[in-house]
Design a binder for this molecule. Structure first.
Ligand code: F6R
Length: 359
């Protein structure tokens, strides 16, 4: 029930901090320690590489989680598109472990990979919002997102919940392996801080709505740019924008833009930079200046500690592993408000269904 909300999407964006808090309580024990299924943990500890398989927003959540999982668990991670992986399978490691990310648990592209990897005898985990879904029943293990039903076609709370649940899992693996970065990472506390930071961003609706109107009311196209994690979040922010507002949007690696795509930048083209990482911040800022000098209308989404005079959207500081949880929210809200402004149905974009059950 969407209650007083005009659209499910807005309700679901708002539910993200509560979902983080629910994930903390679902995946910690009485002592506050992170707790996951013991057999799942044993199976992961025996693996030498994690393959994340997913589509769309879930794939983007996989990309955004790769670095977190590697740092906490010290197991290499690859994220792949389901529709590519099944028919163009790379040479696998000796002991692969497959993680299927799927909000609905019904995505045919992902299922075809699960059928193949199960036939090959490999262990699998489905991380899904829907208990009893096909992918959940057919995988060796399941972890639930506990996000509550997601009704809007554009996925929001499932994305942040997937990153949070993968972080829980990686923390449990890292702790079991005695990895220092996992032992010293107080996940319940840091995820709680991130939930509060998400609330801060969600309360910036007025500002973000105005920026969406200023930058996106009439444009034909738009870019999000960023580096490393900020690049992956850019891909997700661009997907949100294009699927509901129909603005042709692309999430681009900030440094790659000048290798060709910058040719598309003309007078007034919106280019939105996401900046949360100190080492790459000056470079992404440099890339924003490059496009500005070609007429781009630039907007900056930046962590407080890296912000400068004139930056438009300021993100509260959170633990470095959890930055995507907060930096994606302005992108979700920008897509929402741009779509409202352009007069389309936010929850039911054309040509799309909530779960895609054909390959
Ligand atoms: C975008 C969106 C889709 C889904 C994709 C995978 O907002 O919702 O890209 O993320 O179809 O769906 P699931 O996660 O159900 O497998």
């Amino acid at each position: 029930e969407k209650g007083t909300y005009p659209y499910y999407m807005l309700k679901e964006i708002d539910e993200q901090p509560a979902t983080m808090r629910r994930i903390i309580s679902e995946y910690t024990d009485e002592t506050g320690a992170v707790a996951v299924d013991q057999e799942l943990l044993t199976s992961l500890l025996a693996s030498d590489r994690i393959y994340i398989i997913a589509c769309g927003t879930s794939y983007h959540a996989g990309l955004a989680s790769k670095q977190i999982i590697e740092q906490l668990s010290q197991i290499p991670v690859e994220a792949h598109l389901s529709s590519e992986f099944g028919y163009n399978m790379p040479l696998l490691s000796q002991k692969p472990f497959f993680i299927f990310l799927s909000q609905s648990g019904e995505t045919a592209d992902s299922r075809q990979v699960l059928v193949k990897t199960s036939e090959m005898g490999y262990p699998s985990l489905t991380i899904t919002n829907v208990a009893g879904s096909t992918l959940s029943r057919e995988a060796t293990y399941t972890m639930l997102l506990h996000a509550g039903p997601e009704i809007a076609v554009a996925s929001t709370k499932a994305y942040t919940a997937q990153i949070a649940v993968l972080t829980v899992l990686a923390k449990a693996v890292g702790e079991a392996k005695d990895v220092l970065s996992a032992k010293s990472f107080d996940l319940p506390m840091e995820l709680g801080i991130a939930a509060n930071a998400m609330d801060v961003m969600i309360n910036e609706k007025e500002l973000i709505s105005q920026l969406a109107i200023d930058y996106l009311s009439t444009t034909r196209n738009a870019f999000y740019i960023g580096r490393s994690e900020d690049y992956y979040v850019s891909m997700e922010a661009a997907l949100k924008l294009k699927e509901i507002s129909y603005i042709q949007a692309e999430g681009f690696a900030a440094g790659e833009l000048k290798h060709g795509t910058i040719a598309l930048v003309e007078d007034g083209t919106p280019v939105i930079g996401i900046i949360t990482e100190a080492v790459t911040a000056p470079h992404t800022r440099g890339n924003l200046r490059e496009v500005e000098s070609r007429g781009a209308h630039t907007l900056v989404i930046v962590s407080e500690e890296l912000s400068k005079e004139g930056d438009q959207i300021i993100l509260p500081v959170v633990h470095q592993f959890l930055r995507p949880l907060v930096s994606v929210i302005p992108g979700q809200l920008i897509a929402y408000f741009a779509t409202l402004e352009r007069g389309y149905d936010v929850d039911k974009p054309r040509n799309l269904a909530k779960s895609v059950t054909v390959e």
